[in-house]
Design a protein. Structure first.
Length: 275
């Protein structure tokens, strides 16, 4: 699952801490990736000769998997040039290996897709969609480019009622994306004309593991990085507070349901809302 570059754009936060947060939030679902995308492939209900859009494709890993398993032509879109370059490189490697797949990649904002209306047979909104300047518009764009009665599938982080407001604010800053409540994602889809919504909660399935619930311990080097960065900005008081905030965030994220992960599938209704 692609990660927003904003994770590396926080000069006052230790890169090591950013990586820990990334793994706590995304690592568990990355580990279940093949099972997850096998389910996504079935939900899309596509086959050879049809076309799929993946919004927030990152380095193209999920696009490659879907193209290989479904036979459909897959177009990946991502707002970051670096990630599209990585996706293009994966595609060239496939060509060099003699295993070409029907793949193409484009750089574009997810809330302003460069495609005509109703041109894809199905579409997937990866977690990076939540990093769009306007997530609701990004969802609407995803639905716009899908043909009537085509499947629209979102793979999205959702807030748990158990996570504190302070931890939510830190998490949004660290990830560069804002999870939503499940009801909010569903409403965005309905507003975009997507109906017959079905939800699969992957939180528990993906969270299973021997270290589930155990917060990773910061090393002395990581603690020094946190304290040093905060001290240079605002002095000792801020340095100690910063260390406490990061440790608290890691503890909250280590809880099984601190952040949920949902697969939401719907169908684009052929008639515009209000028509």
């Amino acid at each position: 699952m692609p990660i927003p570059p904003a994770m590396n754009a926080l000069p006052h936060v230790s890169p090591a801490v950013l990586r820990l947060v990334q793994e706590l939030v995304f690592g568990r679902w990355r580990a279940a990736g093949e099972e997850l995308y096998r389910e996504v492939g079935e939900l899309l209900e596509v086959r050879a000769g049809q076309e799929v859009l993946v919004s927030g494709c990152g380095d193209g890993t999920s696009c490659e998997w879907l193209a290989e398993r479904t036979g459909a032509a897959v177009t990946g879109v991502d707002p970051e040039a670096e990630r599209i370059e990585a996706a293009d490189e994966r595609f060239r490697e496939l060509l060099d290996a003699g295993t070409p797949l029907p793949l193409s990649f484009q750089q574009a904002p997810l809330d302003d897709l460069p495609h005509e209306t109703a041109v894809f047979d199905a579409a997937v909104g990866e977690p990076v969609l939540a990093a769009a300047a306007d997530p609701a518009r990004a969802v609407a764009e995803l639905a716009r480019v899908v043909k009537p009665m085509g499947a629209v599938v979102l793979l999205q982080l959702t807030w748990s009622s158990d996570i504190s407001p302070a931890a939510r604010a830190l998490l949004v800053e660290r990830l560069g994306m804002r999870p939503q409540m499940l009801m909010e994602w569903k409403q965005m889809l309905r507003d975009a004309g997507v109906v017959d919504l079905q939800v699969q909660d992957w939180t528990d399935e993906a969270a299973e593991g021997p270290n589930d619930g155990e917060a990773p311990q910061l090393t002395w080097q990581q603690k020094v990085q946190i304290v040093g960065r905060a001290f240079r900005r605002r002095g000792w008081r801020e340095a100690l507070d910063a260390l406490g905030r990061e440790e608290s965030l890691l503890r909250e994220l280590s809880r099984e349901r601190a952040v949920g992960f949902q697969v939401i599938r719907g169908v684009k209704w052929p008639h515009a809302r209000g028509a």
